[in-house]
Design a protein around this ligand. Structure first.
Ligand code: ASP
Ligand code: MG
Length: 412
């Protein structure tokens, strides 16, 4: 019998009526002849509410206690869903992360799963029960409750699917799949039937926040077929899988964007070994993540150095950089927190030249100035002024023919 893991996010279990609807969907899957394991999040808003309670008491709540607190959200939904399923005539049993031994390291609030003891779950599903598991939580070696970081229920679901060698891990959410661009920006954006793990990682890290990034990494590592689909509408969703198994061989899969960017520049830095680390060392020590980096030596033998950070870290990074500038004798420091990043993503890029030039030409034709560029094997990203975000995404979407799926390679 096929084994399906289903995961329902906070919105999908946000009210009693919705929990009833989830129960019906689970039963439907069971009736189709599958064994079913369900992973659920806390009811929408609940995890934030709990965080808020702790914040009233402390600026920095003890991480261990925060995990004890946050894990209660999911404990409510597993019990409610199991009650609903059993009431509808389908025996279900709920487990917290600790009860099914989702063993993690002891990094509270951002723990990583080490292994899962599957015996208990296997026994239950073989007895015909539906197993309902609390997402987002585990237990460390000493029996302390841990949580996996916000959005962590996705990772619980993928880890369960990997441990039990499930046929598919289905993530039900409030969107009906992964799109070629944000449909709120591009009217003609299309739902993709499938996308590779790598592409999804690029899309997710660039701000297409459909899944917790770590769950996609996990799925890639253990080769779990992962499907994103709507909990409110019927439809096939988007399958995230191996390169060999994707149906479309698109050159470019999608246009991703990220609004939360800021850039900082330090100019007139004496050009000598060790400068990059002197500039970025203090930034890293302040726990600020740096994304793109551009460095260039000018005719006068000084270096200009530009990098981007998350917009939330902008002020902090700027003040650190000013101190560094004084120390190393740089001429000036400047910054801009009204920038965004737009990227074209696609595994087809590996075997095709000319993607970057098509991209740059499309932007130039609209008079959009490119401030920074970076590339990886399957992605080209540019930084542009924030006011060009919508326009930029739209023109790139059509430049690569994504509306009509026009860039699918001809077979042979
Ligand atoms: N309830 C947790 C959160 O809001 C985990 C999840 O929903 O995936 O982050
Ligand atoms: Mg989520």
């Amino acid at each position: 019998m096929p084994l399906i893991v289903q995961k329902y996010g906070g919105t999908s279990v946000g009210t009693i009526e919705r929990i009833q609807a989830v129960a019906d969907k689970v039963i439907e899957t069971k009736k189709q002849g599958n064994q079913v394991i369900v992973v659920v999040s806390a009811m929408s808003g609940e995890t934030n509410r709990l965080v808020g309670l702790a914040d009233h008491l402390s600026k920095a709540p003890v991480p261990r206690e925060l995990d004890v607190l946050l894990s209660t959200g999911e404990q409510v939904t597993i019990a409610l869903l199991s009650i609903a399923l059993t009431e509808k005539g389908y025996p279900a049993i709920s487990y917290t992360g600790g009860q099914v031994h989702i063993r993690t390291d002891n990094q509270h609030n951002k723990a990583r799963i080490i292994d899962i003891e599957k015996a208990r779950v296997v026994r239950d599903i073989e007895e015909g029960k539906i197993v309902v598991i609390a997402g987002f939580q585990g237990i460390d070696e000493d029996g302390n409750i841990t949580t996996l970081g916000r959005g962590g229920s996705d990772t619980t679901a993928v880890a369960m699917a990997a441990a039990l060698d499930a046929d598919e891990c289905r993530i039900y959410t409030d969107v009906d799949g992964v799109y070629t661009a944000d449909p709120r920006i591009v009217e003609g954006a299309r739902r993709m039937d499938s996308i590779t793990y790598e592409e999804m990682l690029e899309m997710a890290s660039l701000g297409s926040k459909v899944l917790q990034i770590r769950s996609v990494e996990f799925a890639r590592k253990y080769n779990v077929n992962l499907r994103v689909l709507s909990s409110f509408e019927h439809g096939p969703g988007t399958l995230i899988t191996d390169e060999d198994e994707t149906m479309e061989q698109a050159l470019i899969s999608g246009i991703a964007h990220n609004r939360d960017e800021a850039k900082l520049t330090i100019v007139g830095v004496p050009d000598k070994p060790g400068i990059a680390s002197q500039i970025l060392g203090p930034i890293a020590n302040a726990n600020i993540e740096v994304d793109m980096i551009v460095q260039n030596v000018g005719l006068d033998n000084t270096t200009d150095f530009t990098f981007t950070v998350n917009r939330n870290d902008y002020e902090k990074a700027l003040s650190i950089l000013k101190k560094t500038a004084d120390k190393i004798g740089a001429k000036d420091v400047s910054g801009d927190n009204k920038i965004v990043k737009i990227s074209v993503v696609g595994v087809g890029m590996r075997s095709h030249a000319g993607i970057a030039s098509t991209m740059f030409k499309a932007l130039a034709d609209e008079g959009i100035n490119i401030q920074m560029i970076s590339t990886s094997e399957i992605k080209v990203s540019v930084v542009v002024a924030e006011k060009y975000l919508e326009l930029g995404v739209r023109i790139l979407h059509s430049a690569f023919g994504l509306e009509e799926n026009g860039n699918v390679e001809e077979a042979g």
